[in-house]
Design a protein around this ligand. Structure first.
Ligand code: ACO
Length: 333
């Protein structure tokens, strides 16, 4: 692929936090079960006054500031989400409107939890075709709006949040996107689905049923998550002629600590190379990898010159991986 740069990053996490003990007051669960099975201790929930596009715009504004790019320089806006404000208009148009971006191409992309990897691949294609493009790439999810709060098998897993990146062909930036791999394995019936599309038949005044919400066959998703994220890491390492030892930091999709540990073990990567924040945010789907990437950077967990491996797996099934080369100290100055 033609390499390009991440010029700036931003993220937004809603203020309201919901602990496992808070959830135990709503459904038949407890902190010990959730922590032992998932590693999640709390998740953040979007305020009623905000939607996915609002979180996306807040993260995007931070990324623009970080990149020193103004809204009028943006040529393309991509929003990765499986929890858009509406089926139409797309969330990217709503984010563009909030930021005062006029005339840029704006579209949504739905690859569930693999949304960041898919967006990096799509942006790479745009930037290869149009070397002067400046892409604002946002991942935003409000999955707690589609959680069935009566289903303890899913409602404990998800949280809300957003992250954004400014992407361009440039000699310098925070990090170079050097390679991306993305694949899918479509299934029917879906082991993981979120209702509200046209397959959900509803007339004005009808109540919604359980099909409207997130439904998941946890074990099937778990098995495939471990297998596919491991495969994607191996594939991208082979493609780039690298080994696990050449990677400084691994940032996986933050769905379940046991999945993360299994993938790390199969790659023979020590857990001190793996960045984990799912204990505080739960699974924020497409936003999970870029929120973790931004947090790892801010926390000083990514040294200058580091090579970072990203991987994700999600509904579809979709899966992907990417390698980022962070700038060396002199280039970052
Ligand atoms: N609290 C207490 N007990 C519970 C809870 C809960 N919150 N949820 C389920 N249980 C019970 C079940 O009812 C079951 O009880 P039973 O044995 O009496 O029937 C028991 O716990 C075991 O349930 P399992 O589903 O077998 O538990 P498992 O160990 O598989 O863990 C989990 C479930 C955490 C969902 C796991 O399967 C998982 O993480 N799956 C993958 C999720 C994921 O990675 N998603 C990523 C994609 S998301 C996206 O793309 C939008």
């Amino acid at each position: 692929m033609t390499p390009y740069q991440i010029l700036g990053l931003g993220s937004f996490i809603p203020a309201k936090s919901l602990s496992n003990d808070d959830l135990a007051k709503i459904v038949d669960t407890d902190d010990e079960w959730i922590v032992t099975r998932t590693g999640i201790r709390s998740r953040h929930v979007l305020d009623d006054s905000q939607n996915t596009s609002d979180m996306g715009a807040l993260a995007a504004q931070q990324a623009l500031n970080n990149a020193h790019i103004s809204p009028d320089q943006i040529t393309h806006v991509i929003v990765s989400t499986c929890s858009p404000d509406h089926l139409c208009p797309n969330t990217a148009c709503l984010v563009s409107y909030q930021l005062g971006i006029k005339g840029a191409m704006a579209f949504d992309l739905n690859a569930a939890c693999s949304g960041f990897l898919y967006g990096l691949e799509v942006a790479g294609g745009i930037l290869a075709n149009r070397p002067d493009a400046v892409v604002l790439f946002v991942c935003a999810e409000a999955l707690t709006r589609r959680v069935n709060w009566e289903d303890r098998t899913t409602c404990v897993l998800f949280g809300d949040g957003a992250a954004a990146a400014v992407l361009a062909r440039s000699p310098q930036g925070l990090a170079q996107v050097t390679e991306v791999c993305c694949h899918a394995d479509g299934r029917s019936p879906d082991p993981l689905s979120i209702g509200g599309g046209t397959a959900f038949h509803v007339k004005n005044g009808d109540p919604v049923d359980e099909n409207f919400f997130i439904r998941m066959e946890g074990r099937e998703v778990y098995r495939n998550g471990v297998r596919r994220m491991t495969e994607m890491c191996v594939q991208i390492l082979e493609k780039t002629g690298l080994t696990t030892e050449d990677i400084d930091v691994i940032i996986p999709h933050q769905a379940n600590l046991r999945i993360v540990e299994s993938v790390a073990s199969r790659l023979k990567a020590p857990m001190n190379k793996v960045f984990v924040n799912l204990d505080r945010f739960g699974n924020t789907s497409a936003a999970s990898v870029p929120i973790a990437l931004h947090e790892a950077m801010e926390a000083g967990r990514i040294p200058a010159g580091a090579r970072v491996l990203l991987t994700a797996f999600g509904g579809g099934f979709t899966y992907g991986s990417a390698i980022l080369q962070f700038s060396a100290p002199d280039a970052a100055d």
